[in-house]
Every structure is written in structure tokens, then in C-alpha cells.
Design a protein around this ligand. Structure first.
Ligand SMILES: [Zn+2]
Length: 244
């Protein structure tokens, strides 16, 4: 996490690069609860107002620096060097951030809180069973919920900020074997067991130990193969239904 003072320095440096540091009396930076990944820069009465998407609060310094360059360059209608966009994208497009953005969008306007009890599978039951079998009941129960939409792109997601595990509603189906649902829940539980490691300004969600523990799932290969073979077809089917 980079604090606001540090982030402000990045903006000052960038304004300096564009020879415009004296043009503005003040730079104000805030995190703003935009849905998804969106940032804005605006000038009013000689002051600069920057709003960075809340989702970027955990962004490493290099990503904040790249974002500062991108926003200021946009303000001056200057080209953004590809190296800078690459640094920005490597954070903004990492799957965990994308999953968060998708989940935020899904949550927008949602009044009914989803339930752990699906039509076929009960996430509470699955969680308890896995917790006992693989974790000696050491994992305190997060909020467990089925997603609102039947997404196939993301089968499961762990949100550490809200201590929530979201499982795609597409798996609450009698055509999906129980060991597959269990495996997806197991994977998300491992995210609680092995929290994200921050090293050299990078985030590691699936550490080596995470991957080793993942293999301890009793039907690991079978579950991986099933997902590999079936999810592709399900995605295609979902696409076709949407196109209709
Ligand atoms: Zn994961």
C-alpha cells in the first residue's frame, strides 16, 4: 500500500516533468468508490483534483507512479510511453483486481444479500466439511455466497477486505459434480490460509506453498481436468445463449 503523501509526490514529479509544477496551487488526491477501475483528474480554480479508484488502494508504488503519469499526460494531451502503460496494466489487469472490479459491479444496486444455500449445493456445508478435512477447523468462516449471475469466467473469488468467498452460481447445478464445487471452494479457502504476499512491489496470490497445498485436495487432478474440459464448453454455451 502506498500512502497519499507518497502518491502526491508522484503527481508533483510528473507535473515537474511537464514543466507545469507552478501552474497549480494545490494537488488534492483521494480514493473514490468508483465502481470498477476508473480514475479522474480535473482542474478547477487552479487546483488539481485526482480521484483514484478505491480498488487501487492496494496498488504498489510503481503502479501508482504509472497512473500519475497517465493521468497528468492525459491532462496535457501528451503521449503515454508504452513502458508506463505496461506497468499500469500489469496491476490493473491482474486477475484478482479484475475479479474485484467484476464483483463490485455485480454488487452495485444489489438489495438481496445472496445466500450460501443454493438450489443444489450448500456452501456452508461444503466449507465446514473442507475446514475439518484439510484445515483442522482452523479457518474462521467468512461470508459465503453464491454470485448473483451465472458467470463462467470466474468460478470463485475471495475478497479479503470483506472476508467473503463468492462462488459462481453457474456451479450450483446438478450437472456439476460435487467434488468440482468443493475444489473451487477449497481453492478460495487456501487464499485465506495463504494470504497475499507482497514482495518487491509485487503481489503473489498463488505462492509455491499455496500450489503445493492445493494438490492435497483428494481429487485434485480429476477436478482440474473436469474444469479444463467442461468450463470451456459452458463458456461457449453461455456466450451463444447471450447472443440469441
Ligand atoms: Zn486463486
Amino acid at each position: 500500500m502506498t500512502d497519499l503523501e507518497q502518491i502526491k509526490k508522484f503527481y508533483e514529479e510528473t507535473f515537474h516533468k511537464f514543466n507545469a509544477e507552478r501552474k497549480f496551487s494545490e494537488i488534492q488526491i483521494n480514493f473514490y468508490p468508483y465502481i470498477g477501475i476508473n480514475h479522474t483528474i480535473r482542474v478547477r480554480n487552479g487546483k488539481v483534483f485526482v480521484r483514484i479508484a478505491e480498488i487501487f488502494r492496494d496498488a504498489p508504488a510503481e503502479a501508482q507512479k504509472a497512473l500519475a503519469f497517465i493521468l497528468v499526460a492525459k491532462l496535457f494531451r501528451k503521449k503515454i510511453p508504452p513502458q508506463v502503460s505496461d506497468v499500469y496494466r500489469s496491476f490493473a489487469q491482474n486477475p484478482e483486481i479484475q475479479a474485484k472490479a467484476t464483483e463490485n459491479k455485480r454488487r452495485k444496486g444489489r438489495k438481496i444479500i445472496s445466500t450460501s444455500k443454493g438450489e443444489i449445493y450448500d456452501l456452508d456445508e461444503i466449507f465446514n466439511r473442507l475446514n475439518q478435512t484439510y484445515f483442522q477447523n482452523s479457518i474462521s468462516k467468512p461470508t459465503l455466497t453464491w454470485s448473483q449471475r451465472k458467470t463462467f469466467r470466474i468460478l470463485g473469488h475471495h475478497d479479503s477486505t470483506h472476508e467473503t468467498i463468492v462462488i459462481s452460481k453457474s456451479l450450483d447445478d446438478k450437472k456439476i459434480p460435487s467434488f468440482v464445487v468443493e475444489f473451487v471452494v477449497f481453492h478460495e479457502m487456501l487464499h485465506i490460509f495463504h494470504p497475499t504476499v507482497h514482495r518487491n512491489n509485487r503481489r503473489y496470490n498463488h505462492t509455491r506453498q499455496f500450489r503445493l497445498d492445493e494438490k492435497k485436495f483428494i481429487r485434485f487432478e480429476e477436478a482440474e481436468n473436469w474444469i479444463e474440459q467442461n468450463v470451456k464448453n459452458l463458456k461457449l454455451k453461455a456466450k451463444r445463449n447471450k447472443a440469441r
